[in-house]
Design a binder for this molecule. Structure first.
Ligand SMILES: C[S@@+](CC[C@H](N)C(=O)[O-])C[C@H]1O[C@@H](n2cnc3c(N)ncnc32)[C@H](O)[C@@H]1O
Length: 251
């Protein structure tokens, strides 16, 4: 796995240069842009992870979050089938296709987003809302077998009301967790975006019941000022058919 750049970037002065030859420390001219949009654009242009993702042919800086989490927790190695929830523009799908050696003829990755996504070789993409009741079946049909990794980088579109945004993203995380428990192979892993404060207690209890270990992670590529963090549940214990003590499903 390649090493990500330091989140602070190389320490060679305020106008640093990226591996792709672009200058960092750029200012965006005052124009018709709103101040908040200008700040976003400046941060984006000067972000070493953004520069590096362009240089390395990834579609998003988000890939480095996944790669950094994997470097520490080894969730990608050996994955044979992966589901990517909230996939656009496709960075995590690119990584997933690579680790599973997925091809269009023999796809090992299914991805979903309600936004459009340019095709990623080896990835079956479904454009729909994951909260649609048809979504789980469509994903499983597309994958053609149980995944050993369910990834969710889904974040609800922001409304400007932070409590609402928080609740909506936590809800997505919860639905993704239940989906993972419904479809994962025993021993599989679940990684999902959540917000600061971490997964709600009820969700954590649910994950701890179903996985051997549950931790919260904040990879260096996740901006320090962002409330984003991830919950990682490793080692799915297998489905229990009922509370009456039937044996765990070992499909
Ligand atoms: C941070 S982006 C994902 C970036 C991606 N991991 C990558 O590496 O390119 C989050 C995505 O989640 C999607 N999303 C949010 N809610 C969703 C939902 N209910 N169903 C499907 N996709 C959703 C958004 O449209 C957005 O594209």
């Amino acid at each position: 796995m390649t090493k990500p750049p330091s989140p602070k970037g190389p320490s060679n002065g305020p106008t640093r240069t990226t591996p792709g030859g672009r200058k960092l420390g750029q200012k965006v001219k005052k124009s018709k842009l709103k101040a908040s949009s200008r700040r976003w654009l400046e941060r984006h242009l000067n972000d070493p992870y953004v520069q590096r993702s362009k240089h390395e042919g990834y579609r998003s800086r988000a890939v480095y979050k996944l790669l950094e989490i994997d470097e520490k927790h080894q969730i990608l190695k050996g994955a044979k089938r992966i589901i990517d929830l909230g996939a656009a523009p496709g960075g995590w799908s690119q990584i997933s296709a690579r680790v599973t050696e997925s091809t269009d003829l023999d796809p090992k990755v299914a991805a979903i987003d309600f936004l459009e996504m340019d095709p990623v070789p080896g990835v079956r993409f479904i454009q729909m809302d994951f909260l649609d009741e048809e979504a789980p079946r469509k994903l499983m049909d597309a994958l053609g077998g149980s995944p050993d990794l369910v990834l969710s980088d889904m974040a609800a579109p922001t409304t400007g009301h932070s409590r609402t945004d928080h609740l909506r993203t936590m809800y997505l995380c919860e639905v993704a967790a239940h989906f993972a428990v419904d479809v994962l192979r025993p021993g599989g892993h679940f990684l999902a975006k959540t917000f600061q404060g971490g997964a709600e207690r009820e969700l954590l209890t649910f994950l701890k019941q179903n996985f051997r270990s549950v931790v919260h992670v904040k990879p260096p590529a996740s901006r320090a000022e962002s409330v984003e963090m991830f919950v990682l549940a490793k080692g799915f214990k297998g489905r229990r058919h009922s509370d009456e003590g039937e044996e765990a499903d070992t499909d």
